[in-house]
Every structure is written in structure tokens, then in C-alpha cells.
Design a protein around this ligand. Structure first.
Ligand code: KIV
Length: 273
């Protein structure tokens, strides 16, 4: 899809309709204006200004050092380059530790141009989700492997393998939907759990390492260009789309969006049984 062919900006309504029609959608992280323009013009529906920027841009070994000011700076860059994609922005570590703080932090990202904020966690986010939603701020709940909790989790590993942990995740996803979450993002969960949550929820579910059955897929932009920093082990769910591009980096973005829409990505080799 070229920049001229995006008929109207992608909204939450667009993503909901895609879920209802069973059409998959593609999302990628973006952190600056140029890549925001290239990715959105390639027809990728959702841009995430992810706190992964702490690792891929700033050279940290986790997302914990990322500040709200960092996120606002990159959010402004992405807004200037965006060509009609829906923009989600991460609330960084400890910027939503209380309900009042989550309102103030989210407001800063929305003023910078975000269309939605993403928070990592489970049922404990229900009240913040309700408050944000009531005040006009759409919420994406990031569940499964939540990198801001890496010190509690103890490593970047698959979540929800244990049946009781899987059931808790289903229950908490339903609680967050009930509290107003408009999207749930699942990271690193077994295929069957990704499928079960996507089927149970009315709102769109975006997956990364959550198998092929989620409504949307997301990847860190650097990973899908084969540019994972050497300090980070390339996760199983990553695929480099550059080799199959006919048009360099923009072609890789198009190849990724096409593969997601046509159900060719992720395959079993990118998923956790
Ligand atoms: O920050 C980020 O890039 C993310 C994705 C891994 C989903 O949260």
C-alpha cells in the first residue's frame, strides 16, 4: 500500500471492524518521524511508540530506565511522520504506579499525539483502566510477558504454560475488558492461550509470540529488519523480512503487513506450543 492509497486514518473503530470481519491487522514499533512515515505508508495499521526504545535505541539492557519524558519526545517524532496509522504509546516503568499518576502520565502522551496508551499488567490495572477510559483515553492492556516486571518474572520466558496461570490470564483479560480496555496485547504465551483469549474477548487482541490466532500481530521494527542489538538474544517469534523485500526497507514493511494479513506470519516456527 502506498502513501496515496490509505483512504482514511486508522481508528479504534477500524480495528474493531477488522476483528468482527475476521481480518488480521499489522502493527510495528516506531520511534522517529522517518520510520513512522515509512511504516505507516507501507500500510501497517498500528504504530507503537514502545518503551523497547530503551533497549534498541538507548542501549539499555531493559526497559526500566525509560522515562515519561523519553516517551513524550519519541511520541512527538512519530506523530510528525505518521501517515494515518493508529498510534499507541507505552506508559513507561513507574509512570502509572497509582491511579492519579496514570491519569497525569497518560495525559502527557495524549497531548503529544498518542491515540491510545499501553500499560503492562493484569487485574490490578482495572481501576486505572476505568478512570482513563472514562476520561476519554483508550487503553491497551499488555499481558503475558511484561518486560517492565522482568526482575519479578526472572527472565524473558513464555508465560501461561501452567493451566492455572493460563486461566488467571483469561480471567484477568476479561476483567480488563470489562473495565474499559479497548485492546489487549499478549506477549510470549502459548498458541492455545493466544487463541482462547482472542476468542473470548470482544476487543481486538494483538500478539507478539502469541501464535497465529490473535487479531493483530506486532513486532519490534529493528527485529523485523534483522537489526536486533548484539546484546539481545533474538527471540523465537522474530522474523527478518528484509531478505524477501523487493524494495529495501519499505518493501520489508509491506512484506510484513501482507504476511500478517494473509495469515502467513507467524508460523509454527515463531510460536510456542
Ligand atoms: O515496547 C515494545 O516494543 C512493546 C512490544 C514488544 C509489544 O511493548
Amino acid at each position: 500500500m502506498s502513501s496515496q492509497s490509505r483512504k482514511s486514518p486508522v481508528s479504534l473503530g477500524t480495528l474493531n471492524r477488522k476483528k468482527q470481519r475476521g481480518e488480521r491487522f499489522a502493527a510495528l514499533t516506531a520511534y522517529d518521524a522517518l520510520f513512522a512515515e515509512l511504516i505507516s505508508s507501507a500500510g501497517v495499521d498500528v504504530l507503537l511508540v514502545g518503551d523497547s526504545l530503551g533497549m534498541v535505541l538507548h542501549g539499555h539492557d531493559s526497559t526500566l530506565p525509560v522515562t515519561l519524558d523519553d516517551m513524550v519526545y519519541h511520541m512527538n517524532c512519530v506523530r510528525r511522520g505518521n501517515n494515518g496509522a493508529f498510534i499507541m504509546a507505552d506508559l513507561p516503568f513507574m509512570s502509572y504506579a497509582s491511579e492519579a499518576q496514570s491519569l497525569e502520565s497518560a495525559a502527557e502522551l495524549m497531548r503529544a499525539g498518542a491515540h491510545m496508551v499501553k500499560l503492562e499488567g493484569g487485574a490490578w490495572l482495572a481501576e486505572s483502566t476505568r478512570l482513563l477510559t472514562e476520561r476519554g483515553i483508550p487503553v491497551c492492556a499488555h499481558m503475558g510477558l511484561t518486560p517492565q516486571s522482568i526482575n519479578r518474572i526472572g527472565g524473558y520466558r513464555v508465560q501461561g504454560r501452567d493451566p492455572s496461570q493460563a486461566q488467571t490470564m483469561v480471567d484477568e483479560a476479561l476483567i480488563l475488558q470489562e473495565s474499559g480496555a479497548s485492546i489487549v496485547l499478549l506477549e510470549c504465551v502459548p498458541v492455545e492461550l493466544g487463541k482462547a483469549i482472542s476468542q473470548r474477548l470482544e476487543v481486538p487482541v494483538i500478539g507478539i509470540g502469541a501464535g497465529p490466532h490473535t487479531d493483530g500481530q506486532i513486532m519490534v521494527m529493528h527485529d523485523m529488519l534483522g537489526l536486533t542489538p548484539s546484546s539481545i538474544r533474538v527471540p523465537r517469534f522474530v522474523k527478518n523480512f528484509l531478505p524477501e523485500s523487493k524494495d529495501g526497507i519499505p518493501g520489508a514493511f509491506e512484506a510484513y503487513a501482507d504476511a500478517v494479513r494473509e495469515g502467513r506470519f507467524p508460523g509454527p516456527e515463531h510460536s510456542f506450543a
